[in-house]
Design a protein around this ligand. Sequence first.
Ligand code: MG
Length: 204
Amino acid sequence: MKIICIGQNYLEHIEELKAKVPQEPVFFCKPDTALLIRNRPFFIPDFTKEPHYETELVLRICKVGKNIEPKFASSYYDALTLGFDFTARDLQRHCRQEGLPWEICKGFDNSAAIGQFLPKEKFPQGVQNLHFEMKKNGQTVQKGNTSDMIFTIDRLISHVSKFLTLRTGDYLFTGTPPGVGPVAIGDQLEAFLEGESVLRCAVK
Ligand code: MG
C-alpha cells in the first residue's frame, strides 16, 4: 500500500506558501508507516517546532491501473474521505531551500491521518463540487471546495499513473485548500465532508 499526496493543487494555498503555480500536478509519497487511522491521536514528533495540519480530500484506489486516461479515472476509486497531511513546516522550509527530498517533513510516522470512507455513490453530484471543512477546537480554520482544484481528480489520477502503478488499497491525498496552520498539544481537530464528520484527531 502506498500513500500518494498531491502538492499545490489550490491556488490560494500556493499563495499562502509563496510557492509557484505548477504546470503539471506535483506529487510525493508517504510510506505505509505514516498511516494514522481510527481517529487515533497525533503525537507531535520532537524533531519539529512547527507541526501543521493540511486538510485534504482522500480517495481510496480500488483497482490496479497504469497510464489511466482521464476519462476512465473515476472507475479507479470507490470511496472518499478527508485526511490530514501532517507536515513539519520548519523542516519543509529547510528541505525546499536546500533542494532536499521531503521524507523527513512529510513522510514521518503518523503523518497521514485518514478518516472514515464514504462510498462515492453517496455523492451523486460527483467529486468536483464537494465542500469540506476543518474545525480546530470547535472553530472553523480551513474550508475548501473541490471545484477550486487546479488539476481535477481525473487529471491527478491520469498523471500519477504515468509514473506509478496504482494498486487496490492505495490512497490519494488531493491537496489542501488555504488555511493551513499549526497544531499544539491539546488541540482537537475534526473534519467534515459535505457537513458530515468523517475524521477526528486529538493532538498530544
Ligand atoms: Mg498536502
